[in-house]
Design a protein around this ligand. Structure first.
Ligand code: SF4
Ligand code: SF4
Length: 354
C-alpha cells in the first residue's frame, strides 16, 4: 500500500527536520520498508560465526555485570596466551586424562582411530584427530570436550539477553572477546547491531591487530574498547606475539582520534615486559593520545599452562611462569601512576572500577 507522506504539513517536527525535508515529500512505501527492515533483521540474526564460550556474570570485561562471548581465531600467538583455546579459528579437542575413567567409548566412535587404550592408559594420537567431536559427545566423564562451535547471531544474543535485568541494574552488557573478535568482522558487527537493537551496550576486547576499516565499521556500535598494548618495543613484540606492533599502535591512535572510548590494557608478564623502559614508552604513547578511559594492568596468570596441556599445545618457546604476587602488581601500578597514567587498578593491584 502506498500512502502520501504529508508529515511536513502542520508538522510538530523540529525546525531542522522540517528544513531538511523536500518541498514535496515523495510517497513512502510503508509496507515495503517494513518488509525490507524485517528482511534485514532476519538476515542479521542468521549471520553465523564460531565461538568457544559464552560466559555469564563477568565483572572484569567492562563496566557492570556482563556476558562475554569468546570468539574463535586470533592473528597473534602470544607466548603467554591465557586463552589458547581461542587461537585457532577451527574447533580443537581438549583432553583431560585425569578425568578419564577408561570406558573406551571414544575408541569405538572415533572414525580415525585417534584414541588407543594401552597398558600405560589412554593415549590420544592428535595427528589423527580431525576435531569432528564424535568422541566428546560419548565421553560421559567429561574428559573430552570439543572447544569451538558455530552459532548464529540470534542464538548468541538470545543467550546474552537472559541477563538483561542485571545489565540494566549494573550498567553492564555484552562483551566480545576471543581470540580476536575483529577476525570475524561480519559476525562481530551483526552481534553488536543485534545487541543494540535489543537495548544492550557492548564492549570489545581487542588485541588491535586488524585492518583499520574493521574498527571503522564497528566503532559507533561499541561503548568501550578494551585495547591491549602488549609490548612497546617492536622487535620484542614480534618475538612475543609473532607480529609487529605498528598496526596496533596505528589503530589505537585511530580509535582515540575518532572519539571512541578506549581503555588501554597492559598484559604484564614477569621477566618479559615488566621493564621500566616499557612502562615509560607506554606512558609516552598514552600521553600522546587525545583521550583514554584509563589504563589497566592485566597481570599474567598461569591459567593458560593447564589449558595448553589439555589441547596438546605445550611446547618450546611458550612462557611458563608463576603468577605475580599482589605486591608485585601493586609495584607496577604504582610506577605507571608515577608516570602520570590514570590507572584503573587500585593500589593493591586489583581492578577497582569493574
Ligand atoms: S570416552 Fe572419555 S572417559 Fe571413556 S575412555 Fe574415552 S576419554 Fe576416557
Ligand atoms: S574429535 Fe573426532 S577425530 Fe578427533 S579424536 Fe574425537 S572422534 Fe576422533
Amino acid at each position: 500500500m502506498r500512502v502520501k507522506d504529508d508529515s511536513t504539513e502542520g508538522s510538530t517536527a523540529p525546525p531542522e527536520a522540517a528544513a531538511g525535508a523536500p518541498a514535496e515529500s515523495a510517497p513512502v512505501d510503508v509496507a515495503g520498508s517494513d518488509a525490507a527492515s524485517a528482511d534485514a533483521t532476519a538476515a542479521r540474526r542468521a549471520v553465523a560465526g564460531r565461538i568457544f564460550e559464552i560466559q555469564r556474570f563477568c565483572i572484569d570485561d567492562g563496566p557492570g555485570i556482563r556476558t562475554t562471548v569468546f570468539m574463535k581465531g586470533c592473528p597473534l600467538r602470544c607466548i603467554w596466551c591465557h586463552n589458547p583455546e581461542g587461537a585457532d579459528a577451527n574447533p580443537v579437542l581438549s583432553f583431560q586424562p585425569e578425568k578419564c575413567i577408561g570406558c573406551g567409548y571414544c575408541v569405538r566412535v572415533c572414525p580415525n582411530d585417534a584414541h588407543e587404550m594401552t597398558e600405560e592408559g589412554h593415549v590420544l594420537v592428535r595427528s589423527r584427530c580431525v576435531a569432528c567431536g564424535a568422541c566428546a559427545v560419548e565421553c560421559y566423564a567429561g574428559a573430552l570436550e570439543l572447544v569451538g562451535r558455530d552459532a548464529t547471531v540470534a542464538e548468541v544474543v538470545d543467550e546474552v539477553e537472559r541477563d538483561l535485568e542485571f545489565y540494566r541494574n549494573s550498567g553492564g552488557g555484552m562483551t566480545l572477546s576471543g581470540g580476536e573478535p575483529l577476525l570475524q568482522i561480519d559476525f562481530a558487527e551483526a552481534l553488536l547491531l543485534e545487541a543494540r537493537e535489543r537495548g544492550m551496550a557492548s564492549c570489545i576486547e581487542t588485541a588491535g591487530f586488524a585492518p583499520q576499516e574493521r574498527y571503522e565499521r564497528i566503532r559507533s556500535l561499541v561503548e568501550l574498547f578494551l585495547f591491549d598494548l602488549k609490548e612497546t618495543d617492536d622487535e620484542r613484540h614480534r618475538q612475543y606475539t609473532g607480529q609487529s606492533n605498528r598496526l596496533i599502535i596505528e589503530n589505537l591512535r585511530y580509535l582515540t582520534g575518532a572519539g571512541a572510548s578506549v581503555r588501554l590494557r597492559l598484559p604484564i608478564i614477569p621477566g618479559l615486559n615488566d621493564r621500566d623502559d616499557h612502562f615509560q614508552a607506554v606512558a609516552e604513547v598514552a600521553h600522546s593520545l587525545p583521550a583514554l578511559e584509563g589504563v589497566q594492568v592485566m597481570p599474567y596468570h598461569a591459567l593458560g599452562t593447564a589449558k595448553l596441556e589439555r589441547l596438546g599445545l605445550s611446547g618450546d618457546g611458550l612462557y611458563e611462569g608463576e603468577s605475580p604476587s599482589p605486591e608485585t602488581v601493586a609495584g607496577w601500578v604504582g610506577r605507571l601512576r608515577e608516570l602520570g597514567l590514570d590507572m584503573i587498578n587500585s593500589d593493591d593491584g586489583e581492578s577497582s572500577s569493574q
